[in-house]
Design a protein. Structure first.
Lengths: 570, 82
């Protein structure tokens, strides 16, 4: 790989990578069983060059912000490269947000440029907030012939001849603004520098090296910190190949492992569980004799890999299972949400290492990762090279808030010095997660100090972001909490949001009210919905400016109500 | 009374979902939140989409399911491509 210490910015490192491995395959894009795109590093460069030049001619200058709202595909990476090349700042925005939410983040980030897929752009142009957008240039990919583009340009035609001028950036210049949450009240735009990414890339590839021939399957959204690093920056600065799928149907994902002989993949717990379910169903279909032998092979493999993975032997012992994953898989990465140890153990027993890690957008990508020395299903691994972790105010069991110090920690929250000062104290990031180190130096997580949940799909959901959907609900007052915030639970998983209702005097909770809550709840994307409601008998404590004192309210509810009886499922 | 085309599509979707996820057909109604009624996650919903594609002989991009959680809306998306 490139020596990243020599570089001051992502643009320079990526530019040199394209020259260093001109004939290696860089990107493959497949839709179902049809391979649509295959680009070498040289092809990538030739595709990006006229786009960079056209963006430069459209007056994208150093430090200007350009947002990308796209599903995983080659044009995402080509666009980001083109922006970095001319000194721009990339603002990756989640394509699964609603158009209104996307417009909020576009406004908050002060993005003047946008690269977006046609179906997403169509939704954005129909949102009520569209009329007040501040975008200067919009590039739309894959728009059908004759489509109304509302002033946007076609990405495929947005080309200019001539060499774009490369604009170098300093290590402490902004590379990206990544939103960790906050489409409701308070957007959390994590400002990440070129140094953050270069250092993160160094530390991750020190443990899990990429090189020419390695194929990474990009499934997590590229706007997500993990895929941005291991599905874009990491592979490209090492000469590896990224495989994109235009559909995430489980059957096509499984096919892709085999067809492209995938080396690494990152998955959220939901996908990993889906794979586990599929494998177990196949095992169930085996004849009793075959099942008997499979179980013996798995038991034998478990002994062989007790201390560390032994891929050669595992592939021989459990040949068919490994062939189902393409036969060249080195590891799967997971993190960002709670992963059940039994699922990790299931794959490890089959000889397929799943490296469980822990990170947050504010910390770049990852703070800890399992290094399989030895494999531990019950931890999120050890701190990566260059990462220092501390447990603040540990209790009698050694559990306290995890804080982190590293060159990968974001610079600040965009336009929010107050929140920045609360979150980064003396150079240490306060993660809001509760954990402790075991005697082997592995980090174990035990819950959250903060009022939020992380879904099985790896999404951070903050109650404040969804409360507006219940605006005007016919009750005296309401508030949304993470259930584990009200009733602290020293474990992760099964996280849910609850709607706390304070009824008017003499008002009773009735069917029409329930139907109204269900109706409004369903306006939210499925991963953002509240799971239940709680009736609270007191007025909410409020500040002089009438803001709800959430901490106090959560404490009061937790003190007086039992979770098991208070939360009614919706 | 004769079913309209959309009603027919909707009915076929409900029958297919009931068969695929092994739930009684009569338990499913057009406005059900299928994530909740079927107890499925978004990946299993994508699986259902594949079954529907094969049944109706159409191709539906994943994004057609984005923001959709009830059978009626799903039927209208499919109907638009028939």
């Amino acid at each position: 790989m490139l020596n990243l210490d020599q570089y001051s910015c992502l643009g320079a490192a990526l530019r040199d990578a394209l020259d260093r491995w001109p004939n290696e395959v860089c990107l493959i894009e497949s839709d179902r069983n049809r391979e649509k795109i295959r680009l070498t590093y040289s092809d990538f460069k030739e595709t990006a060059k006229p786009l960079s030049r056209a963006l430069q001619d459209a007056d994208l200058k150093a430090g200007d912000r350009a947002a990308i709202i796209m599903t995983n595909q080659s044009k995402w990476l080509i666009s980001a490269y083109s922006i970095f090349h001319i000194g721009g700042v990339v603002v990756p925005i989640d394509y699964k947000l609603t158009a209104t939410e996307q417009l909020q983040l576009l406004a908050h980030s002060h993005a003047k440029f946008l690269v977006v897929e046609y179906h997403l752009w169509r939704a954005i142009t129909r949102a009520p907030e569209f009329s007040s957008h501040q975008l200067k240039t919009v590039l739309v990919t894959e728009a059908p012939l004759g489509a109304e583009l509302a002033g946007a340009f076609r990405w495929e035609e947005f080309r200019r001849k001539g060499e774009p001028e490369f604009i170098p950036r300093r290590r402490d210049d902004i590379a990206c603004i990544v939103y960790s949450s906050g489409t409701g009240g308070r957007p959390k735009g994590c400002v990440l520098t070129h140094e953050n990414y270069l250092e993160q890339c160094k530390s991750l590839t020190a443990w899990y090296p990429f090189q020419p021939g390695v194929r990474y399957l990009s499934i997590l959204p590229t706007n997500h910190a993990i895929d941005f690093m291991v599905g874009f920056i990491g592979p490209l600065v090492c000469g590896a190949c990224v495989v994109h799928l235009r559909t995430l149907r489980p059957e096509f994902v499984r096919d892709a492992f085999v067809r492209y002989k995938i080396t690494y993949v990152s998955l959220v717990p939901m996908v990993l569980k889906n794979l586990e379910r599929g494998l177990k169903a196949k095992f169930q279909e085996l004849s009793p004799v075959k099942r008997f032998f499979l179980d013996r092979m798995i038991a034998l493999n478990r002994v062989l890999v007790r201390r560390r993975p032994n891929l050669q032997r595992s592939r021989k012992l459990l040949r068919q299972v490994h062939e189902g994953f393409g036969g060249e898989l080195l590891a799967m990465f997971t993190g960002g949400a709670f992963m059940e140890p039994s699922t990790l153990q299931f794959f490890y027993d089959l000889g397929i290492p799943v490296a469980n890690g822990y990170g947050l957008t504010e910390a770049g990508t990852s703070l800890t990762l399992n290094d399989f020395r030895p494999f531990r299903a019950d931890t999120v691994g050890r701190p990566l090279p260059g990462v220092e972790l501390r447990i603040l105010s540990p209790d009698a069991e050694g559990i306290g808030e995890v804080s982190a110090h590293s060159k990968t920690i974001m610079a600040y929250y965009l336009d929010d010095p107050e929140l920045t000062a609360e979150t980064i104290v003396d150079g240490w990031l306060l993660t809001g997660d509760l954990g402790r180190f075991d005697t082997a130096g592995h980090l174990q997580l035990f819950g959250r100090k903060k009022n939020m949940i992380v879904t099985e799909g790896g999404k951070n959901i903050y109650p404040e972001d969804i409360e507006t959907v219940f605006d005007g609900l016919a009750v005296k007052e309401y508030c949304v909490f993470a259930a584990n915030y009200i009733w602290p639970d020293k474990q992760l998983g099964h996280e849910t949001l609850v709607l706390v209702l304070r009824m008017d005097q003499n008002q009773e909770f009735n069917e029409p009210l329930k139907n109204e809550i269900v109706f409004r709840n369903r306006k939210l994307p499925d991963f953002k919905r509240v799971g239940g409601y709680v009736i609270w008998g007191e007025d909410f404590p409020r500040t002089a400016s009438m803001k709800i004192k959430r901490v106090l309210l959560a404490e009061e509810i937790g003190k007086h109500l039992e979770r098991a009886t208070a939360v009614v499922d919706l | 009374m004769q079913m309209t085309t959309t009603d027919k599509t909707l009915d076929e979707i409900l029958t297919l979902a009931a068969t695929h996820f092994k739930v009684p057909r009569q338990r499913l109604t057009p406005d059900d939140d299928f994530f909740k009624t079927l107890g499925i996650d978004s990946l299993q919903a994508l699986d259902l989409l594949t079954k529907l594609e094969n049944h109706f002989r159409i191709e539906l991009p994943d994004y057609e399911l984005q923001g959709v959680s009830d059978f009626r809306t799903l039927a209208s998306r499919i109907q638009a491509r028939l």
